[in-house]
Structures are given as C-alpha cells and as structure tokens.
Design a protein around this ligand. Structure first.
Ligand code: NDP
Length: 239
C-alpha cells in the first residue's frame, strides 16, 4: 500500500501517471497527491472517480513558499503519523531555442522549473519520505540530457532543456550519494518521446505507454539502483 506525490499533474505525463496509479488496486496504491498549478477538469474527474485516494495539491514548483505549503497539505491528506512513499519530480518545460545556445537567454528560467524544482521538492518532502516505507524518488529525465548522444540530438533546437536534463542526472546522483546510508533509492528515467504538449504530436509514443514504462521501472527498481538513469526503451535495464 503505497502513497505517491507527483508534480505537474495538470496534463501530459503527470496526469497519465496519476491515472495509471489510481487504476491499480487500492491495496497497492493507497493514495496519490496530485500536485499542479491548476486543478484541471481532468484532475477534477479523477477526484470524483476515486474519492479518498487522490488529493489535489496546489503547487508552483519554482516557488519555495508554494513547495512548503504543499508539504503541509500532503501531510494533512496522509494523516499526521503517515509518511510519503514515493516522490515523482515530473513538472518540466522545454522552450525552443532555434537561435542556438550562443544566443540563448532562457537557461536560468529553464533551470528554475526543470532542475531547481527537483532540489526544492526533494528537500522539502524529505522528512515525509523518511517516514514512508519506500524512500523512493524518481526524477523524470530525458535522453536529450545525454552528453554522449548530443551530436545526434542536435537537430532538436532545445539546447537549454538539454543542459537542464543533464543537470537533473547529476542532481540525482548527488542525492543518491548523500542518502545512500539511509537506504533511499533515487533515480532518473526517460519516459520515451511522448505525444504531449511538450513532446508534440510528432512524438513516437502515446503518453500511456510512457507512463506504464515509468511505473514498471518504479516497480522493479531496488536500492542497488540508486543514482542510475533508466530509459523505458532499454530492455534488461534491471539486469
Ligand atoms: P507537458 O507540457 O504536457 O506537461 C508539463 C507539466 O509540467 C504540466 O503539468 C505543467 O503545468 C507542469 N509545469 C510546468 N511548469 C511548472 C511550474 N513552474 N510549476 C508547476 N508545474 C509546472 O509535458 P510532459 O508531460 O511531456 O512532460 C513531463 C515531464 O516529462 C517533463 O519533465 C519532461 O521534461 C519529461 N519528458 C517528456 C518527454 C516527452 O516526449 N513528452 C520526453 C522526455 C522527458 P501547467 O499545466 O500548469 O503548465
């Protein structure tokens, strides 16, 4: 019986992860804290469909005050003595930078949403995660953050996003190292190129495929995997 907090659940992958989790039996997924800036009609529908198993948590991930308020709301929803089992840092933006990195002016704003939010949310929810039963944190990464693959990814004009997702991987490793003694499992994962607002309708995969792939990784991951990057496309990642 696990509890989850997911950021960026208004639409896209975050919304689909929330839906897929709630579709699982109640004795496996007890509760999902669906954090978002806006309670969209899709979230309203889930709240109506799964009473008691989902709570909307208002959250603007770049604002420290909002993050701290969210911790209080999640604790309230879970009950005073309960902890949080799994945190999924999913909220993200991918601005287009057709002029290239030399002219780019949005590195800092991209980092605020894609990187610093992971730091803020992970730090703020750490006490609740310590009280939980899984100590599991998933940061949604991207193969666009791969330094090795960068030359082949050059046609995608999203340089600042690529830098931010490379940083998410290092942030994941730093957290994994610092929390290794506490048996935390902190990973990042590429969900595939998905048909969402961010991924566009040109993408390879339905968002449900990405969400299911990500949840499969979460199910199989062990503490020995902490600090690793996973890709839903790579078979045998867990061997
Ligand atoms: P979408 O654009 O569909 O959704 C992005 C989500 O992030 C929305 O819920 C949005 O909320 C939220 N968000 C953005 N900025 C903030 C903020 N400042 N505070 C709170 N929430 C915010 O993108 P995806 O669902 O496709 O992407 C989700 C994650 O998956 C991202 O981290 C992305 O980098 C990653 N990813 C996606 C891939 C793809 O092909 N789609 C591939 C690889 C990784 P709001 O509605 O309020 O704007």
């Amino acid at each position: 019986m696990s509890s989850y907090l997911i950021t960026g659940t208004s639409r896209g992958l975050g919304l689909t992860l929330t839906t897929c989790l709630l579709e699982q039996p109640k004795d496996q997924v007890r509760f999902v804290a669906a954090a978002a800036r806006t309670k969209t009609s899709a979230l309203e529908a889930l709240i109506h469909q799964y009473p008691g198993r989902i709570a909307f948590i208002p959250l603007e991930v770049t604002r420290e005050q909002s993050v701290h308020a969210a911790v209080g709301k999640v604790q309230e929803a879970l009950g005073a003595s309960a902890g949080l089992d799994v945190l999924i840092n999913n909220a993200g933006i991918m601005p287009f930078v057709p002029e290239g990195i030399i002219q780019a002016t949005n590195l800092m704003s991209t980092f605020e949403v894609n990187v610093n939010s992971v730091q803020l949310c992970s730090a703020a929810f750490l006490p609740l995660l310590r009280k939980g039963s899984k100590q599991l944190v998933l940061n949604i990464g991207s193969i666009l953050g791969s330094i090795t693959l960068a030359p082949s990814m050059a046609p995608y004009p999203t340089s600042t996003y690529k830098v931010s997702k490379a940083a998410v991987n290092m942030l994941t490793v730093q957290w994994a190292l610092d929390l290794a003694k506490e048996d935390f499992t902190i990973i990042s994962a590429h969900p595939g190129w998905l048909r969402t607002d961010l991924g566009t309708d040109q993408a390879d995969l339905a968002v449900e495929t990405g969400a299911k792939g990500v949840l499969e990784i979460l199910d199989k991951v062990t503490r020995a995997d902490t600090g690793k990057f996973f890709d839903i496309h790579v078979p045998g990642w867990d061997s």
